[in-house]
Write a new protein. Structure first.
Length: 173
């Protein structure tokens, strides 16, 4: 289940960036992560989904930022010195969209060996687990490994893309 490759008879483990939302630990495949930023001012975009915080200026480009707590139905949290934005690349309609995820804290990059990843649990039809690649374990703690390309619906990604387009037009005016 884990992203793994075999070359010259050596089985590679996959590297993941871990982050927290409340007491829960999540992970993203490091290949989808561009960088981690300290919390920076976010410009709110009107009429966007609640979990869309707005956009940030990343080296002259507007990048949409999603509050991952709200995306997962958790209560919004006050920002702390540990609050940060993970900049990721998401594939949508054949193009790569750069976006940010607001998280409580980033922990570390760690490797998950192929045998260390379990399939996502079956939770019935009321809970959507299609964006979960699997469940990893580190030092007795479960880590939910997310599939960034499935985390946001096409409607949500279109809203993010449109918000950046609207912001870019506003900045150009």
């Amino acid at each position: 289940m884990a992203a793994e490759t075999q070359r010259d008879g050596i089985l590679d483990t996959s590297q993941h960036l871990t982050f927290t939302l409340g007491k829960e630990v999540f992970a993203l495949d490091i290949s989808s992560v561009r960088e981690v930023l300290e919390l920076t001012p976010i410009t709110k975009i009107p009429r966007t989904p609640d979990f869309m915080c707005g956009v940030i200026n990343l080296r002259g480009h507007a990048v949409p930022v999603m509050d991952m707590r709200l995306k997962f139905g958790m209560p919004q949290a006050k920002t702390t010195v540990d609050t940060c934005i993970i900049i990721v690349e998401v594939t949508f309609e054949g193009e790569r969209i750069v976006m940010g995820g607001l998280v409580d804290s980033v922990r570390e990059v760690f490797e998950i060996p192929p045998e260390g990843m379990e399939a996502p649990p079956r939770m019935g039809t009321s809970i959507n687990t299609e964006y979960i690649k699997g469940i990893g374990k580190q030092e007795g703690e479960f880590i939910i490994v997310l599939d960034i390309d499935r985390l946001f619906s096409s409607k949500e990604l279109a809203a993010a893309r449109d918000a950046v387009g609207d912001k870019a037009e506003t900045q150009a005016a």
